[in-house]
Ligand binder design. Sequence first.
Ligand code: FES
Length: 118
Amino acid sequence: MACEQGICGACTVLVDGLPAKSCIVLAVQAAGHEVTTLEGHADDPQLERLRVAFHETHALQCGFCTPGMLLSALCYLRSSPDPREGAIRDAISGDLCRCTGYQPIVEAIERVARAGIS
Ligand code: FES
């Protein structure tokens, strides 16, 4: 179970393309907006690149934070593929990794960002 307080980010969805913690968004607030879960982006090649990079860098341990991390990373890469570590850490700052595996997560996102630039 996630935190249900808007803290952990495990319930992250994209609302009009931006990360939002669904546990603190009322249904009425989402009315008229596009809400997508991770599954809604299953055909996105950038998401597939992130999945592969997460696998290659061992960026998940228990996997609890992974859906939120992937959505935050996907949104970040769509808007600003700046591969600098600080920018990536800012982009995932709303997602709490209880296993504290941030370094490989950042490396995975950085890897995809750099591939997009070259
Ligand atoms: Fe376990 Fe992030 S991999 S919470």
